[in-house]
Design a protein around this ligand. Structure first.
Ligand SMILES: Nc1ncnc2c1ncn2[C@@H]1O[C@H](COP(=O)(O)OP(=O)(O)OP(=O)(O)O)[C@@H](O)[C@H]1O
Length: 331
């Protein structure tokens, strides 16, 4: 028999201690010419100090929107329409913009998906580093750049962003956001996607070291399940704006509970026997959040009639939280 739905905010509590970040029933909507697009829906989770939550999901599932909502940096045509965000005892949605700006500078950092969008094209990279990091001396600069494998660009800091590769710029941003500012909470949107495998491994090691050394807490978004398995304590799986499963990393890989999580894992090439055709998940996520019932129902291998009629609540199965009518069943 399926377990009972969890009462109240259907949160994914952090098992690791009191929450630094606490999100409840968050909803974000974009206003477009075709009407309102719900991008994030009923998202709840807690994050303890020093914990790394990985977020995965197909393109368009709402990962970036969720991160920018947490920073209150949504585009003009988007708004938070419901929910609560608590950060270290502060209600972020009640904070005035100047208070929020101070938090963003010092305590909450963002590594964006596209490095060019957060750098000025007309100012040298060295000057921009100094803007962001007050009192940056030569020794510290060397240490920061060395930490992200960029020691070689030390004598090119008079150059402009277009004179660097995307991977170099991404590492510069990581040096500023993670190493330079050492925020309490770091939100990282696909921070290593543009990096080659060696540099990617180096940056991931660095982020883990920071977690161990200074208790860095992080939400780490990626498409790459291999990367997420290396860095995350817990993993949240997003589908059509909702968190459909949150589980300790090992649990998620060993015993995925949501049919969508299973489908994602089955689509990883390494999990297939040689010669077996690669599987993909049939259908697309587009528009799924407008359907009645479970948004994954049209693509789900375990669908039953009820899935087309009722949107499932979050249920607790072992250490996992799962938004599925069939959670806990032997599928
Ligand atoms: N500026 C925008 N205007 C209108 N709709 C938007 C805008 N940005 C995102 N959306 C919509 O919000 C939803 C979530 O998008 P979002 O970029 O957060 O997904 P994502 O999971 O981060 O995708 P990706 O992995 O491709 O970055 C999608 O339906 C998307 O079309």
């Amino acid at each position: 028999m399926a377990p009972e739905p969890k009462a109240g905010g259907a949160a994914a509590p952090s098992p690791a201690g009191p929450a630094l970040l606490s999100v409840r029933d968050l909803a974000v909507t974009f206003r477009t010419r075709d009407g309102e697009v719900p991008a994030v829906r009923e998202v709840s989770f807690d994050l303890a100090r020093g914990e790394i939550l990985g977020l995965v999901g197909e393109s368009g599932s709402g990962k970036s929107t969720l991160l920018t909502a947490l920073m209150r940096m949504l585009p003009r045509n988007a708004g938070i329409t419901a929910g609560h965000i608590g950060f270290d005892g502060t209600d972020l949605l009640a904070l005035r913009e100047d208070g929020m700006r101070r938090l963003r500078g010092d305590r909450i950092g963002l590594i964006p998906q596209r490095p060019m969008t957060s750098l000025s094209p007309t100012t040298s990279v060295g000057r921009q580093l100094r803007w962001h990091l007050d009192g940056l001396d030569e020794g510290r600069l060397k240490e920061l750049l060395g930490g992200v494998g960029l020691g070689a660009v030390l004598d090119r800091l008079d150059s402009y962003p277009f004179e660097f590769s995307g991977g170099q710029l991404q590492r510069l941003l990581i040096a500023v956001a993670a190493l330079g500012k050492q925020p309490d909470l770091l939100l990282a949107d696909e921070p290593t996607t543009t990096l080659d495998a060696t540099v990617q491994a180096q940056v991931l090691r660095l982020l883990l070291e920071l977690r161990d050394r200074v208790g860095l807490t992080m939400v780490f978004v990626t498409h790459d399940l291999g990367v997420i398995s290396q860095v995350s304590d817990r993993i949240g799986v997003m589908y059509a704006g909702r968190l459909v499963e949150v589980a300790p990393a090992r649990e998620l890989f060993d015993a995925p509970r949501h049919p969508y999580t299973r489908a994602l894992l089955e689509a990883i090439p390494g999990r297939h026997r040689r010669g077996e055709p690669l599987r993909s998940i049939p259908g697309t996520v587009t528009g799924a959040n407008r359907l009645p019932g479970c948004p994954f129902a049209p693509r789900c291998a375990a669908v039953v009639d009820r899935c087309h009629e009722e949107n499932p609540e979050v249920r607790e199965v072992g250490e996992s939280l799962v938004r599925c009518h069939r959670a806990g069943e032997d599928l």
